[in-house]
Write a protein that binds this ligand. Structure first.
Ligand SMILES: [Zn+2]
Ligand SMILES: [Zn+2]
Length: 338
């Protein structure tokens, strides 16, 4: 099978690797859509790797005996590889499993974890079924495109009447705009990339502020009658963003981070009485039906959110587009087309 690698600074190569095999409770998935996420940073730095990507949707082509999936099942491949038996995994919080499975030990395949590839293997219970009326490209947004902010808006019960502030309108934060809009909230954003700010407005955000402006906080407070947003999501991973959001969120409001950067100031959290949470992924066991409905309702917005598709063999071009910042979600097609 073809696999994309990083072979130097801003250099990638397509290599051939043996196709992994279904074994134990792992099914073999033919990857039809592989969304791109934060890998672009590794490409820029030249961090050598031949196991790239953590998002995929596709079709089961080989299922282990007695499996929960069958050949032909359309699925989204959940990231990580939970043990399946601990309290967290059983509750659908496999993303936080403290004893994840080792794919090679389980199956004997030394590859099969990458999603910038034509095939991957994953435990059957970590394959989320895709209904026939949801296109594969849209289904792939149930990974980082919509997933983390789906969970963030859910745990904060974002609803009609809320003003939701999203920091960072990249490939994750833009999904937050969609989740906020679908829940009936008013959405505002923080983003210095004007191209992405425009895209957020197209997706239904009503205003976007530049976090690099020295008056950004004042502007948001003025926009919210001095109160701040009701609820906020941090999706920028910028060092200063978490603390900024605590100040830009109303007293007794809520902040959820899906980004991995920066610190929050305990004094500010205490002073403003803000509830703070972290949302890494979403719960595919508990919220399966709700995600299906989200994918259906979001369909027209997803067509705006997904700005580019590239064949896997053109991954170099895909990263070059990501580097410009003039894109929403970029998706690789390992078989040239869907
Ligand atoms: Zn576990
Ligand atoms: Zn991701």
């Amino acid at each position: 099978m073809k696999v994309a690698t990083i072979s130097g600074i801003k250099t990638s190569t397509i290599i051939e690797q043996p196709t992994p095999k279904a074994a134990a409770n792992y099914a073999l998935v033919k990857i039809l859509a592989a969304p791109m996420c934060t890998e672009v940073a590794a490409w820029q730095q030249g961090s050598l790797s031949n196991s790239l990507g953590h998002e995929a949707a596709g079709e089961v082509v080989e299922a282990p005996r007695g499996s929960r999936v069958t050949v032909g099942s359309r699925v989204v491949v959940m990231p990580q590889n939970g043990c399946g038996v601990c309290d967290l995994c059983v509750a659908g919080e496999h993303i936080r499993c403290q004893a994840p499975r080792n794919t090679t030990a389980d199956t004997g395949s030394t590859n099969g974890r990458a999603t910038f590839a034509q095939y991957c293997i994953q435990q059957d219970w970590l394959l989320y079924p895709v209904p026939d009326d949801v296109p594969m490209l849209h289904a792939a947004m149930a990974c980082c495109g919509l997933g983390p902010t789906f969970n963030a808006t859910k745990v904060m019960n974002v609803r009609s009447g809320d003003l939701l502030l999203i920091s960072g309108l990249g490939a994750v934060g833009l999904g937050g705009v969609i989740n906020g809009v679908l829940r009936g909230a008013r959405v505002i954003g923080l983003e210095s990339n004007t191209w992405r700010a425009e895209l957020a407005l197209k997706l239904g955000a009503e205003a976007v502020f530049d976090p690099q402006s020295p008056t950004a906080l004042d502007e948001i407070l003025a926009y919210t009658n001095g109160k701040g947003a009701d609820k906020s999501i941090e999706a920028s991973s910028a060092e200063s963003a978490p603390s900024f959001l605590v100040q830009a969120t109303r007293i007794n409001g809520e902040v959820t981070t899906v980004g991995w950067g920066g610190a929050m100031n305990a004094r500010e959290i205490l002073r403003r009485g803000v509830t703070v949470r972290g949302a890494w992924h979403w719960n595919h066991l508990r919220d399966a039906g709700e995600m299906r409905n989200t994918l259906r309702m979001a369909a027209p917005l997803l067509d705006t959110f997904i700005t580019h598709t590239f064949p896997l063999t053109s991954v170099q071009d895909a990263w070059a587009v990501q580097e410009t910042g003039q894109c929403g979600k970029v998706v690789l097609l390992p078989w040239e087309s869907l």
